[in-house]
Design a protein around this ligand. Sequence first.
Ligand code: GRF
Length: 212
Amino acid sequence: MKAAILVSGSGTNLQSFIDQVADKRLDLEIALVFSNRVDAYGLTRAKDAGIPTVCIEHGDYGERELFDRAVAATLDEFEPELIILAGFMRILSPWFVKHYGGRILNIHPALLPLYPGLDTHARVLAAGDTHHGSTVHFVTEELDGGPGILAGRIAVKPDESAAELQARVLAVEHQIYPQAAQMFADGRVSLKDGKAYMDGGLLSNPMVSDFS
Ligand code: GRF
């Protein structure tokens, strides 16, 4: 299956996809890496791996949908069957979400539906939660609100900082994101009428891997 990976920053998740494809743990073709930021280190990672890259800076576009249409026109030249958001810091327009209906994945650093939005690690610590993690989910028009596919869970350590927690969550992401993408590529998970299905059965909550 051909995938486009969209990044805005460092791209450690992208690197995990690149590495797993390279050593054949993940059966996916990364057709293109796209960024809305010319300085995204993810673009360098892609170039180093010989993957085509495209950058369109969103500042050049007034309206969100105009930018999204330009992005989609570029992506579609590569005929991706799966769009993987890996630290892509843009809210997508309803038009974009419909254009790739049911074929966009995102990873959010929290155990969704807990903690949509930013600063999840600090919020988890402030709340005194015992567990935290990250969730791969389908993208719908609701920000961080699409149905979850696979979550990775860890126990919060006493006295750890938000940065330490973030690093441990990121390491979990590097395992669960390619795993969930493989399930999609194998036709095992899908999105229908806003709901996720796994092997034909409704997935009312994401599957959970415990990394504690
Ligand atoms: C991760 O925290 C992910 O959960 C969020 O963006 C970050 C991307 O990190 N969606 P990286 O660029 O893959 O290192």
